[in-house]
Design a protein around this ligand. Structure first.
Ligand SMILES: [Zn+2]
Length: 309
């Protein structure tokens, strides 16, 4: 199975020579050296590229696995193209020289071929293919309060209400585009676990995979906004405890859970580094820490792809 992408294998209507010339021009004119190199090799060979090292200074880092992010070049266009994964609009960043669609790949994605649809002004809709490589996430076994695994009927009803509410929060899409660099500030200092994607077993029972990053920090530690954005939800939820959701535009959302205190309200607009809450141990936890999730086009993706190592 291919382990990486062939992002330029679309455009069947464009003659190869013109396509190669176009991509070569784009690479030389517009991209940092590392990306120009990747583009050139794709032009020459039309082979899948090895991306992660070459893109180490691009955020989010490309990682075409379940829970990762695909960065797909849409080429040049005078105005921002619209791109979709199924019905879900994608974040498209860049400028007239090169637009890039960022595709959040759900943890539940099946490895193999995938595609997005692109609509640019004055052009027919086209598909861009990419490949999702398999990734085997480890298993994590946790022991928590039994009432948070075998839910009482009233807790089950509460959870279902909260799940439905969260579905509306997740669907938030504002026509505001974040800056081209989506490098995020780490929301709290502390030891960052690499627990994203772990298949979790609570008290011996399998549950959903872990869809965020846990950062060890004491109760009361301020949680800081990692990018500019707007608060779109706050609450105290059964599993997530004290929670804040932020909208960074274009379908890029972040979520903070298990908070001991929430210092913002819906509608507040924050700059990078402004405090929004305090770390705690509310909801289903084994101790105080920040649970931080990043959602792109409704898929929870690995927050590590958005921060410097
Ligand atoms: Zn967590």
């Amino acid at each position: 199975m291919p382990t990486s992408s062939a992002p330029f294998s679309d455009l069947p209507s464009t003659p190869l020579s013109r396509r190669a010339a176009l991509l070569g021009t784009v690479g030389l004119l517009a991209l940092p050296a590392t990306r120009a190199g990747a583009t050139t090799s794709a032009k020459k060979s039309q082979q899948p590229q090895q991306q992660p090292q070459q893109h180490a200074t691009v955020w989010p880092h490309p990682s075409q696995v379940p829970g990762g992010v695909a960065r797909l070049s849409l080429g040049p266009a005078a105005t921002r193209p619209k791109a979709f994964a199924g019905d879900v609009p994608l974040l498209v960043l860049g400028d007239a020289i090169e637009w890039t669609a960022l595709v959040g790949i759900p943890l539940s994605a099946t490895p193999g071929d995938a595609s997005i649809a692109v609509r640019a002004e004055g052009r027919a809709e086209r598909q861009i293919a990419y490949t999702v490589a398999a990734k085997q996430y480890r298993e994590q076994r946790l022991t928590v309060a039994p009432r948070t695994v075998d839910l009482a009927p009233e807790d089950q009803a509460r959870y279902e209400r909260e799940r439905d509410h969260q579905a509306t929060v997740i669907a938030t899409l504002t026509d505001m585009h974040p800056d081209a660099s989506l490098q995020m500030r780490v929301p709290v200092p502390g030891r960052r676990s690499s627990s994203f994607g772990l298949r979790r077993v609570f008290n011996g029972q399998s549950r959903n995979p872990h869809s965020g990053m846990d950062i060890a920090a004491g109760t009361g530690t301020p949680v800081l906004a990692p990018l500019p954005g707007k608060v779109i939800d706050t609450g105290d939820y059964f599993f997530n405890g004290g929670t804040v959701w932020m909208d960074h535009g274009g379908g890029l959302l972040t979520m903070y859970c298990h908070l001991s205190r929430v210092d913002v309200k819906v509608g507040d607009v924050l700059k990078t580094g402004e405090p929004l809450a305090a770390v705690g141990a509310t909801g289903r936890v084994t101790g105080p820490h920040l649970h931080w999730s990043v959602m792109l086009n409704r898929a929870m993706v690995d927050p590590a792809l958005f921060i410097a190592a």
